[in-house]
Design a protein around this ligand. Structure first.
Ligand code: NAD
Length: 366
């Protein structure tokens, strides 16, 4: 009996992605697996049921009671978890930090669950790296939202009605999302600068044709990430940044420290010192925001400055976001399969470090 790999229609607000695309379903069928989807699972991502070759469809309850492995984009609801077959494997972005109740619910079903956000950022893990694939989409979308909301053109224009100066754009946090935001601002013709506390980002920002804003604060942490700034470092950063902020029309902020609330970088006073009509798009809104004024999911106007806190940006480009996400999941699930059966090798650090519940035992110590 082949194992059944399954996905539901995602139910989180405004979520349009799907964890299994036609391309990946085909690959799993080629590997001899059974693929089962809730009817309409891919519809909002641009994949109607008819686009899935050789896949079975059922209602959500039947999917949950028959799946050997359930792939998800965001954590299933408590109701869905309670129906998932005991002993099944759950793979997806499970948002494990500060989610003790959800992890207990997963354990109570005696599931084995893998939170893909916990995969070590090693070279071997690149093909499964959902943080990178989805952050790239988020960075791209954030800059398009900024361009749309900005009262100015991004590019320089020489017209019969005179010359239009290009917008000046600053991207704070030059990780995966920030670099894609920089690349997008450059493609739109803005005069673009990037800033980060990890020194190695200077070269990456410059390689995109943007200028690196050096504020003299360096905070490289472990695993390629930034560490949290000390109070003194934060004060130095804010003082240096406040002077520079005055020249920018648009600030896109993407700064994050894994497992922690987003660092507060832009104070209300700094925002008040920006140009009238300036715009901040705070991509860190979901984890508290980089700006003191950010309200997740809302638009705030203060002192003539607009602060946007958009949520779940990857869902705004659901087709490509799903394609990349599903490929990430496919590569990860390969690690769990041996001879067509689900037999995760817990000696492999990609398996052990992403596991949050193992056969009903909570193992995440976040
Ligand atoms: P992230 O989303 O955790 O953070 C975004 C950015 O915010 C980071 O560049 C970080 O340095 C920056 N930041 C944090 N605190 C800041 C502050 N106070 N001020 C300004 N900037 C601040 O990071 P991410 O984009 O997921 O990835 C970070 C890095 O991980 C990558 O750039 C890369 O070096 C590494 N990585 C490696 C691989 C790989 O080798 N497989 C894959 C992806 C990422």
């Amino acid at each position: 009996m082949p194992i059944t790999v399954a996905a539901l229609r995602e139910t989180a607000a405004a979520e349009r992605r799907v964890a299994i695309t036609p391309e990946v379903a085909k690959k799993w069928r080629g590997q001899g697996l059974r693929v089962l989807l809730e009817r309409g699972a891919g519809e909002s991502a641009g994949f109607p049921d008819s686009s899935y070759p050789d896949v079975e469809f059922a209602d959500a309850d039947s999917v949950l009671t028959t799946a050997d492995l359930l792939a998800c984009v965001l954590p299933p609801t408590d109701t869905a978890l309670a129906k998932l077959r005991e002993g099944a494997v759950l793979v997806g972005q499970l948002r494990p930090y500060g989610a003790a109740e959800r992890l207990s619910a997963i354990a109570a079903r005696r599931l084995t669950a893998f939170a893909l956000e916990l995969l070590p950022r090693t070279t071997r893990a690149q093909a499964m790296d959902v943080l990178s694939s989805q952050a790239g989409v988020a960075g791209y979308r954030a800059m398009l939202i900024a361009a749309e909301a900005c009262p100015k053109f991004f590019p320089m224009l020489t017209t019969a009605a005179g010359t239009i100066r290009p917008s000046r754009v600053l991207v704070i946090g030059a990780g995966v999302a920030g670099l894609q935001a920089i690349a997008t601002a450059r493609r739109l013709g803005a005069q673009t600068e990037g800033y980060d506390v990890r020194p190695e980002t200077r070269e990456q920002v410059e390689s995109l044709g943007a200028k690196f804003l050096d504020l003299g604060v360096s905070a490289a942490g472990s695993g390629g990430y930034a560490r949290e700034l000390s109070a003194d470092e934060r004060a130095a950063q804010q003082q240096a940044l406040a002077d520079h902020l005055k020249v920018f029309d648009v600030v896109v902020s993407t700064a994050a420290v894994p497992g922690r609330a987003a660092p507060k970088i832009l104070t209300a006073a700094m925002v008040a010192g920006m140009k009238p009509g300036a715009l901040i798009v705070d991509l860190a809104a979901e984890s508290g925001g980089n700006c003191e004024l950010t309200r997740p999911g809302e638009r705030v106007r203060q002192d003539g400055i607009t602060v946007l806190g958009p949520l779940n940006l990857p869902a705004g480009a659901p087709l490509h976001a799903s394609e990349m996400y599903a490929r990430n999941v496919h590569h990860f699930v390969d690690l769990l399969l041996r001879d067509g059966a689900l037999q995760p090798d817990f000696d492999d650090e990609l398996v052990s470090k992403s596991c949050v519940v193992r056969a009903g035992e909570p193992v995440f110590r976040g």
